[in-house]
Design a protein around this ligand. Structure first.
Ligand SMILES: *Cc1c(COP(=O)(O)O)cnc(C)c1O
Length: 395
Protein backbone atom coordinates (compact mmCIF):
# COMPACT_ATOMS: atom_id res chain seq x y z
CA UNK A 1 0.00 0.00 0.00
CA UNK A 2 2.86 2.36 0.78
CA UNK A 3 4.21 1.99 -2.74
CA UNK A 4 1.26 3.67 -4.44
CA UNK A 5 1.60 7.33 -5.32
CA UNK A 6 -1.64 8.70 -3.92
CA UNK A 7 -1.20 11.98 -5.80
CA UNK A 8 -2.37 10.08 -8.89
CA UNK A 9 -5.68 9.17 -7.26
CA UNK A 10 -8.87 11.16 -6.90
CA UNK A 11 -9.91 12.79 -3.65
CA UNK A 12 -12.61 10.16 -3.02
CA UNK A 13 -10.01 7.38 -3.16
CA UNK A 14 -7.41 9.28 -1.14
CA UNK A 15 -10.05 9.80 1.56
CA UNK A 16 -10.42 6.03 1.94
CA UNK A 17 -6.93 4.66 1.44
CA UNK A 18 -4.11 7.20 1.64
CA UNK A 19 -1.71 7.52 4.55
CA UNK A 20 -1.91 4.06 6.10
CA UNK A 21 1.32 2.11 6.19
CA UNK A 22 0.16 -1.41 7.00
CA UNK A 23 2.25 -2.95 9.79
CA UNK A 24 3.69 -6.47 9.95
CA UNK A 25 0.34 -7.55 11.47
CA UNK A 26 -1.38 -6.96 8.14
CA UNK A 27 -4.28 -5.01 9.66
CA UNK A 28 -6.89 -3.71 7.21
CA UNK A 29 -8.16 -0.88 9.43
CA UNK A 30 -5.79 1.83 10.70
CA UNK A 31 -4.55 0.93 14.21
CA UNK A 32 -4.84 3.36 17.13
CA UNK A 33 -1.39 3.95 18.61
CA UNK A 34 -2.22 4.85 22.19
CA UNK A 35 1.24 5.68 23.45
CA UNK A 36 2.62 8.89 24.87
CA UNK A 37 6.28 8.17 24.16
CA UNK A 38 8.46 5.92 21.99
CA UNK A 39 11.41 3.74 22.92
CA UNK A 40 14.89 4.09 21.40
CA UNK A 41 17.31 1.22 20.83
CA UNK A 42 20.22 3.07 22.40
CA UNK A 43 21.33 6.35 23.94
CA UNK A 44 22.95 7.17 20.60
CA UNK A 45 19.66 6.71 18.75
CA UNK A 46 17.82 8.83 21.33
CA UNK A 47 20.31 11.67 20.82
CA UNK A 48 20.00 11.46 17.01
CA UNK A 49 16.20 11.57 17.22
CA UNK A 50 16.28 14.66 19.42
CA UNK A 51 18.64 16.54 17.12
CA UNK A 52 16.46 15.54 14.17
CA UNK A 53 19.32 13.76 12.40
CA UNK A 54 17.34 10.54 12.55
CA UNK A 55 13.65 10.69 11.64
CA UNK A 56 11.17 8.93 13.88
CA UNK A 57 8.84 9.29 16.82
CA UNK A 58 9.89 10.79 20.16
CA UNK A 59 6.77 11.80 21.99
CA UNK A 60 3.09 11.99 20.96
CA UNK A 61 2.89 15.74 21.49
CA UNK A 62 5.06 15.95 18.32
CA UNK A 63 4.20 12.88 16.27
CA UNK A 64 2.01 9.78 16.51
CA UNK A 65 1.51 7.18 13.75
CA UNK A 66 -2.33 7.32 13.84
CA UNK A 67 -2.32 11.11 13.80
CA UNK A 68 0.27 10.98 11.02
CA UNK A 69 -2.02 8.83 8.86
CA UNK A 70 -4.76 11.44 9.27
CA UNK A 71 -2.29 14.23 8.43
CA UNK A 72 -1.00 12.54 5.29
CA UNK A 73 -4.50 11.77 4.08
CA UNK A 74 -5.85 15.28 4.61
CA UNK A 75 -2.74 16.89 3.05
CA UNK A 76 -3.29 14.86 -0.13
CA UNK A 77 -7.00 15.65 -0.20
CA UNK A 78 -6.32 19.40 0.16
CA UNK A 79 -3.52 19.29 -2.48
CA UNK A 80 -1.01 20.54 0.07
CA UNK A 81 2.51 19.33 0.86
CA UNK A 82 1.83 18.70 4.52
CA UNK A 83 -0.83 18.77 7.21
CA UNK A 84 -0.56 19.07 10.98
CA UNK A 85 -3.44 18.00 13.19
CA UNK A 86 -4.53 19.97 16.25
CA UNK A 87 -6.75 19.45 19.28
CA UNK A 88 -9.50 21.65 17.79
CA UNK A 89 -10.21 23.98 14.90
CA UNK A 90 -9.55 26.95 17.17
CA UNK A 91 -6.20 25.44 18.20
CA UNK A 92 -5.31 25.22 14.49
CA UNK A 93 -6.22 28.89 13.94
CA UNK A 94 -4.33 29.89 17.09
CA UNK A 95 -1.29 27.98 15.81
CA UNK A 96 -1.34 29.86 12.50
CA UNK A 97 -1.42 33.19 14.35
CA UNK A 98 1.22 32.24 16.91
CA UNK A 99 3.53 30.91 14.20
CA UNK A 100 3.21 33.78 11.70
CA UNK A 101 2.69 36.91 13.84
CA UNK A 102 4.79 39.08 16.11
CA UNK A 103 4.14 42.35 17.96
CA UNK A 104 3.58 45.20 15.50
CA UNK A 105 2.10 42.97 12.79
CA UNK A 106 -1.27 43.34 11.16
CA UNK A 107 -3.94 40.94 9.91
CA UNK A 108 -6.88 41.53 7.58
CA UNK A 109 -9.79 39.27 8.46
CA UNK A 110 -13.24 38.80 7.01
CA UNK A 111 -15.95 40.19 9.25
CA UNK A 112 -18.01 37.07 8.57
CA UNK A 113 -15.88 34.44 10.25
CA UNK A 114 -16.63 32.04 13.08
CA UNK A 115 -17.31 34.05 16.27
CA UNK A 116 -14.35 32.61 18.17
CA UNK A 117 -12.03 33.46 15.30
CA UNK A 118 -12.98 37.12 15.68
CA UNK A 119 -12.39 36.88 19.44
CA UNK A 120 -9.01 35.21 18.90
CA UNK A 121 -7.78 38.20 16.90
CA UNK A 122 -9.60 40.90 18.87
CA UNK A 123 -9.05 39.69 22.43
CA UNK A 124 -5.85 37.67 22.30
CA UNK A 125 -3.56 38.62 19.42
CA UNK A 126 -4.44 42.26 20.14
CA UNK A 127 -3.05 41.85 23.69
CA UNK A 128 0.35 41.10 22.16
CA UNK A 129 0.36 44.06 19.80
CA UNK A 130 -1.14 42.55 16.67
CA UNK A 131 -3.78 44.71 15.05
CA UNK A 132 -6.63 43.24 12.97
CA UNK A 133 -8.78 45.03 10.41
CA UNK A 134 -12.12 43.39 9.69
CA UNK A 135 -13.52 43.75 6.18
CA UNK A 136 -16.61 42.72 4.25
CA UNK A 137 -16.08 39.25 2.83
CA UNK A 138 -17.11 39.63 -0.84
CA UNK A 139 -15.66 43.11 -1.49
CA UNK A 140 -12.18 42.68 -3.04
CA UNK A 141 -11.49 46.44 -3.07
CA UNK A 142 -12.08 46.52 0.69
CA UNK A 143 -9.50 43.76 1.20
CA UNK A 144 -6.93 45.55 -0.97
CA UNK A 145 -7.51 48.85 0.82
CA UNK A 146 -7.07 47.28 4.27
CA UNK A 147 -3.62 45.79 3.56
CA UNK A 148 -0.75 47.66 5.25
CA UNK A 149 3.03 47.27 4.91
CA UNK A 150 3.00 45.21 8.16
CA UNK A 151 0.12 42.90 7.12
CA UNK A 152 1.23 39.26 7.40
CA UNK A 153 -1.87 37.46 6.20
CA UNK A 154 -5.49 37.69 5.09
CA UNK A 155 -7.90 35.34 6.86
CA UNK A 156 -11.10 34.19 5.21
CA UNK A 157 -13.90 31.68 5.46
CA UNK A 158 -15.82 30.94 2.26
CA UNK A 159 -18.71 30.34 2.30
CA UNK A 160 -19.15 32.13 5.59
CA UNK A 161 -20.99 31.05 8.70
CA UNK A 162 -23.97 31.51 8.91
CA UNK A 163 -24.82 33.71 5.88
CA UNK A 164 -23.14 31.59 3.18
CA UNK A 165 -21.43 34.54 1.48
CA UNK A 166 -18.42 33.84 -0.74
CA UNK A 167 -15.25 35.51 -1.85
CA UNK A 168 -13.30 34.82 -5.04
CA UNK A 169 -10.35 32.91 -3.57
CA UNK A 170 -8.15 33.15 -6.67
CA UNK A 171 -8.62 36.92 -6.89
CA UNK A 172 -8.02 37.35 -3.16
CA UNK A 173 -4.84 35.23 -3.36
CA UNK A 174 -3.57 37.50 -6.15
CA UNK A 175 -4.25 40.59 -4.04
CA UNK A 176 -2.45 39.02 -1.06
CA UNK A 177 0.60 37.96 -3.09
CA UNK A 178 0.95 41.34 -4.84
CA UNK A 179 1.35 42.86 -1.39
CA UNK A 180 3.61 40.12 0.05
CA UNK A 181 0.96 38.66 2.32
CA UNK A 182 -0.25 35.11 2.73
CA UNK A 183 -3.86 34.00 2.28
CA UNK A 184 -5.31 31.71 4.96
CA UNK A 185 -8.60 29.97 4.15
CA UNK A 186 -10.83 28.24 6.72
CA UNK A 187 -12.24 25.41 4.55
CA UNK A 188 -14.64 23.94 7.12
CA UNK A 189 -17.83 24.59 5.18
CA UNK A 190 -16.65 23.07 1.90
CA UNK A 191 -14.15 20.39 2.88
CA UNK A 192 -11.67 19.30 0.17
CA UNK A 193 -14.51 17.43 -1.52
CA UNK A 194 -16.08 20.73 -2.65
CA UNK A 195 -13.22 23.23 -2.74
CA UNK A 196 -9.43 23.02 -2.56
CA UNK A 197 -8.23 26.54 -1.71
CA UNK A 198 -4.51 25.72 -2.13
CA UNK A 199 -5.22 24.91 -5.79
CA UNK A 200 -6.89 28.33 -6.08
CA UNK A 201 -3.76 30.11 -4.83
CA UNK A 202 -4.26 30.17 -1.05
CA UNK A 203 -1.18 29.52 1.11
CA UNK A 204 -2.67 27.93 4.23
CA UNK A 205 -5.88 25.98 4.84
CA UNK A 206 -7.30 25.51 8.33
CA UNK A 207 -9.95 23.00 9.34
CA UNK A 208 -12.19 22.20 12.19
CA UNK A 209 -12.29 18.42 11.85
CA UNK A 210 -15.13 18.56 14.39
CA UNK A 211 -17.56 19.32 11.59
CA UNK A 212 -17.83 17.39 8.31
CA UNK A 213 -14.51 15.53 8.53
CA UNK A 214 -15.85 13.60 11.51
CA UNK A 215 -19.37 14.01 10.24
CA UNK A 216 -21.06 12.31 13.15
CA UNK A 217 -20.52 14.81 15.95
CA UNK A 218 -18.16 12.70 18.06
CA UNK A 219 -14.79 14.43 18.41
CA UNK A 220 -13.24 17.89 18.48
CA UNK A 221 -10.17 18.39 16.27
CA UNK A 222 -8.49 20.67 13.76
CA UNK A 223 -5.79 20.86 11.11
CA UNK A 224 -3.45 23.18 9.21
CA UNK A 225 -2.41 22.34 5.63
CA UNK A 226 0.36 24.26 3.83
CA UNK A 227 3.67 24.01 1.97
CA UNK A 228 6.52 21.99 3.40
CA UNK A 229 8.34 25.23 4.17
CA UNK A 230 5.51 26.87 6.12
CA UNK A 231 4.79 23.69 8.08
CA UNK A 232 8.42 22.80 8.81
CA UNK A 233 9.71 26.27 9.69
CA UNK A 234 6.65 27.84 11.31
CA UNK A 235 3.73 25.61 12.29
CA UNK A 236 5.49 22.43 13.45
CA UNK A 237 7.82 24.16 15.95
CA UNK A 238 4.76 25.82 17.49
CA UNK A 239 2.77 22.58 17.67
CA UNK A 240 5.72 20.83 19.31
CA UNK A 241 6.06 23.54 21.95
CA UNK A 242 2.51 24.84 22.21
CA UNK A 243 1.14 21.35 22.63
CA UNK A 244 -2.43 21.54 21.30
CA UNK A 245 -2.00 18.09 19.75
CA UNK A 246 -4.73 15.85 18.35
CA UNK A 247 -5.12 12.58 20.28
CA UNK A 248 -4.52 9.30 18.48
CA UNK A 249 -8.04 8.17 19.33
CA UNK A 250 -9.60 11.28 17.77
CA UNK A 251 -7.40 10.92 14.67
CA UNK A 252 -8.72 7.38 14.29
CA UNK A 253 -12.32 8.61 14.50
CA UNK A 254 -11.58 11.34 11.92
CA UNK A 255 -9.95 8.79 9.60
CA UNK A 256 -13.14 6.76 9.53
CA UNK A 257 -15.05 10.00 9.02
CA UNK A 258 -12.91 10.83 5.97
CA UNK A 259 -13.73 7.45 4.44
CA UNK A 260 -17.37 8.47 3.96
CA UNK A 261 -16.79 12.22 3.46
CA UNK A 262 -17.36 12.34 -0.32
CA UNK A 263 -20.69 10.50 -0.28
CA UNK A 264 -21.86 12.38 2.80
CA UNK A 265 -21.02 15.82 1.37
CA UNK A 266 -22.85 15.13 -1.87
CA UNK A 267 -25.95 13.91 -0.01
CA UNK A 268 -25.81 16.82 2.49
CA UNK A 269 -25.60 19.34 -0.36
CA UNK A 270 -28.41 17.77 -2.40
CA UNK A 271 -30.74 17.97 0.61
CA UNK A 272 -29.64 21.51 1.47
CA UNK A 273 -30.41 22.74 -2.05
CA UNK A 274 -33.85 21.16 -1.91
CA UNK A 275 -34.53 22.63 1.54
CA UNK A 276 -33.36 26.10 0.48
CA UNK A 277 -35.69 26.09 -2.55
CA UNK A 278 -38.57 24.90 -0.34
CA UNK A 279 -37.89 27.55 2.32
CA UNK A 280 -38.00 30.26 -0.35
CA UNK A 281 -41.63 29.25 -0.98
CA UNK A 282 -42.69 29.51 2.67
CA UNK A 283 -44.79 32.60 3.50
CA UNK A 284 -43.21 32.95 6.96
CA UNK A 285 -39.71 33.23 5.47
CA UNK A 286 -38.36 36.66 4.53
CA UNK A 287 -35.06 35.63 2.91
CA UNK A 288 -33.02 32.47 2.37
CA UNK A 289 -29.21 32.56 2.31
CA UNK A 290 -27.89 29.70 0.18
CA UNK A 291 -25.37 29.92 -2.72
CA UNK A 292 -27.26 27.30 -4.71
CA UNK A 293 -30.23 29.64 -5.15
CA UNK A 294 -30.45 31.89 -8.18
CA UNK A 295 -31.42 34.65 -5.73
CA UNK A 296 -27.98 34.43 -4.06
CA UNK A 297 -25.77 37.36 -5.07
CA UNK A 298 -22.79 35.06 -5.71
CA UNK A 299 -24.53 32.12 -7.32
CA UNK A 300 -22.24 32.30 -10.40
CA UNK A 301 -19.05 32.43 -8.31
CA UNK A 302 -20.31 29.48 -6.24
CA UNK A 303 -20.81 27.45 -9.43
CA UNK A 304 -17.23 28.19 -10.56
CA UNK A 305 -15.41 27.91 -7.27
CA UNK A 306 -17.16 24.99 -5.57
CA UNK A 307 -18.29 21.60 -6.84
CA UNK A 308 -21.42 21.79 -4.66
CA UNK A 309 -23.18 24.59 -2.78
CA UNK A 310 -22.76 23.50 0.83
CA UNK A 311 -24.97 22.02 3.52
CA UNK A 312 -25.77 25.01 5.70
CA UNK A 313 -28.90 27.03 4.97
CA UNK A 314 -29.79 30.13 6.91
CA UNK A 315 -32.96 32.13 6.64
CA UNK A 316 -34.63 35.20 8.06
CA UNK A 317 -38.16 35.05 9.34
CA UNK A 318 -40.77 37.78 9.02
CA UNK A 319 -40.33 38.84 12.64
CA UNK A 320 -37.61 39.07 15.26
CA UNK A 321 -35.95 36.93 17.91
CA UNK A 322 -39.30 35.82 19.33
CA UNK A 323 -40.39 34.21 16.07
CA UNK A 324 -36.97 32.64 15.54
CA UNK A 325 -37.02 31.09 19.02
CA UNK A 326 -40.63 29.95 18.49
CA UNK A 327 -39.61 28.11 15.31
CA UNK A 328 -36.62 26.50 16.99
CA UNK A 329 -38.73 25.40 19.95
CA UNK A 330 -41.50 24.04 17.71
CA UNK A 331 -39.18 21.53 16.02
CA UNK A 332 -39.24 18.04 17.48
CA UNK A 333 -36.61 16.15 15.52
CA UNK A 334 -33.92 18.71 14.65
CA UNK A 335 -31.24 19.02 17.34
CA UNK A 336 -31.00 22.43 18.99
CA UNK A 337 -27.23 22.71 19.01
CA UNK A 338 -24.65 25.06 17.59
CA UNK A 339 -22.65 22.24 16.03
CA UNK A 340 -22.83 21.67 12.29
CA UNK A 341 -21.61 19.14 9.79
CA UNK A 342 -23.33 16.22 11.49
CA UNK A 343 -25.49 13.50 9.91
CA UNK A 344 -28.14 14.82 12.29
CA UNK A 345 -29.71 18.11 11.21
CA UNK A 346 -29.19 20.90 13.69
CA UNK A 347 -30.95 24.21 14.20
CA UNK A 348 -29.56 27.26 15.91
CA UNK A 349 -30.17 30.96 16.52
CA UNK A 350 -26.80 32.55 15.65
CA UNK A 351 -27.37 35.96 17.24
CA UNK A 352 -27.87 34.48 20.74
CA UNK A 353 -25.47 31.52 20.47
CA UNK A 354 -22.47 31.26 18.10
CA UNK A 355 -22.36 35.02 17.53
CA UNK A 356 -23.85 36.03 20.91
CA UNK A 357 -20.56 37.18 22.44
CA UNK A 358 -19.93 39.71 19.67
CA UNK A 359 -20.87 43.32 20.35
CA UNK A 360 -24.36 43.98 18.91
CA UNK A 361 -23.05 46.51 16.37
CA UNK A 362 -20.33 44.11 15.18
CA UNK A 363 -22.96 41.39 14.85
CA UNK A 364 -25.29 43.60 12.83
CA UNK A 365 -22.44 44.74 10.58
CA UNK A 366 -21.85 41.06 9.87
CA UNK A 367 -25.52 40.75 8.89
CA UNK A 368 -26.54 38.41 11.74
CA UNK A 369 -30.07 39.60 12.43
CA UNK A 370 -32.20 38.47 15.37
CA UNK A 371 -34.66 36.92 12.92
CA UNK A 372 -31.96 34.65 11.44
CA UNK A 373 -32.10 30.87 11.91
CA UNK A 374 -29.39 28.48 10.73
CA UNK A 375 -29.98 24.88 9.76
CA UNK A 376 -27.13 22.47 9.19
CA UNK A 377 -28.81 19.99 6.88
CA UNK A 378 -28.17 16.40 7.93
CA UNK A 379 -28.79 13.11 6.20
CA UNK A 380 -32.28 12.33 7.50
CA UNK A 381 -34.99 12.05 4.85
CA UNK A 382 -35.52 15.57 3.50
CA UNK A 383 -39.32 15.29 3.80
CA UNK A 384 -38.94 14.63 7.55
CA UNK A 385 -36.72 17.72 7.89
CA UNK A 386 -39.28 19.88 6.06
CA UNK A 387 -42.15 18.48 8.16
CA UNK A 388 -40.26 19.28 11.37
CA UNK A 389 -39.60 22.87 10.30
CA UNK A 390 -43.18 23.33 9.15
CA UNK A 391 -44.36 22.95 12.75
CA UNK A 392 -42.92 26.37 13.50
CA UNK A 393 -43.22 28.01 10.07
CA UNK A 394 -46.95 28.62 10.32
CA UNK A 395 -47.69 32.33 10.45
C1 LIG B 1 -16.35 25.18 14.36
C2 LIG B 1 -15.57 26.06 13.51
C3 LIG B 1 -14.29 26.48 13.90
C4 LIG B 1 -13.67 26.09 15.22
O1 LIG B 1 -13.47 24.71 15.33
P1 LIG B 1 -13.48 23.90 16.73
O2 LIG B 1 -13.14 22.52 16.29
O3 LIG B 1 -14.86 24.03 17.28
O4 LIG B 1 -12.48 24.53 17.60
C5 LIG B 1 -13.60 27.29 13.04
N1 LIG B 1 -14.13 27.69 11.86
C6 LIG B 1 -15.35 27.31 11.46
C7 LIG B 1 -15.88 27.77 10.15
C8 LIG B 1 -16.13 26.48 12.27
O5 LIG B 1 -17.35 26.13 11.89
Amino acid sequence: MTDLDWHEYSVETQAIRAGHRRSHEGEHSVPIHMTSSYVFNSAEEAALRFTGEQPGNIYSRFTNPTVDTFQQRLALMEKGDRCLAFASGMAAIMAVGMSLLKAGDHVVCSRSVFGNTVLTFENYFAKFGVETTFVELPNLDGWAAAIQPNTQFLFVETPSNPLMELVDVRALADIAHQRDCLLVVDNVFCTPIMQQPLSLGADIVVHSATKYLDGQGRCVGGAVIASDEIIEKLIYPFLRTGGATMSAFNAWVFLSGLETLAVRMKAHCDSALELAKWLEQQPAVEKVHYPGLESHAQHELAKQQQSHFGAVVSFELKGGKELAWKLINATQMLSITANLGDVKSTITHPSTTTHGRLAPEVRLQAGIKDSLVRVSVGLENIEDIKRDLLRGLIL
